[in-house]
Ligand binder design. Structure first.
Ligand SMILES: [Zn+2]
Ligand SMILES: [Zn+2]
Length: 134
C-alpha cells in the first residue's frame, strides 16, 4: 500500500491501483458521469459546450468518456470526436467504421511487427478503466 495525494482534491489516501483519485473523488466522478449520461439522453440536441456547462464537467473529461465508449451521442446532436486515424467525425470510440475495418484487414500483415510502446501504454490504461467500471 502506498500513501499518495489525490489528483483532484490533494487529500492523502491509501493508493492501491487505478487513477490517483481518493475514494471520495472517484465517487464524485462517477456521479458526474451518471448526470452527464442522463443529461445527454434527455437533451440529445445539446452541444458539448452546453453539456459541459450544465453538468459542470470539463470538455476533456466528456471527450475522455466518449473515447472510452462510455458516452455516445445521437447523429443529430452534432457532438463528435475526430477519428484518431483519418480525422473524420465519429460519435464514440477512437476510430471511424472505415478505419476499424481497415485495421482488421491489416491485422494479418501487422502481426509480425513488434507492438509500439504507446500501444502497450494505452492497453494498460484500458485495464485501469475496467477497474473504474466496477
Ligand atoms: Zn480527492
Ligand atoms: Zn477514420
Amino acid at each position: 500500500m502506498e500513501v499518495t495525494n489525490c489528483k483532484a482534491c490533494g487529500n492523502l489516501f491509501n493508493y492501491t491501483s487505478g487513477p490517483r483519485l481518493c475514494p471520495n473523488c472517484m465517487k464524485k466522478l462517477e456521479k458526474k458521469f451518471a448526470i452527464t449520461k442522463d443529461y445527454i439522453r434527455e437533451n440529445p440536441h445539446a452541444n458539448i459546450n452546453t453539456v459541459a456547462k450544465e453538468c459542470k464537467v470539463s470538455i476533456p473529461q466528456i471527450k475522455k468518456w466518449i473515447r472510452e465508449e462510455r458516452l455516445s451521442f445521437s447523429q443529430e446532436s452534432g457532438i463528435g470526436l475526430e477519428c484518431d486515424n483519418c480525422g473524420k467525425m465519429i460519435r464514440t470510440g477512437r476510430f471511424c467504421a472505415e478505419c476499424k475495418a481497415k485495421m482488421i484487414n491489416n491485422l494479418d500483415n501487422a502481426y509480425e511487427k513488434p507492438k509500439p510502446v504507446v500501444q502497450k501504454k494505452k492497453e494498460k490504461e484500458k485495464e485501469r478503466m475496467r477497474y473504474l467500471d466496477k
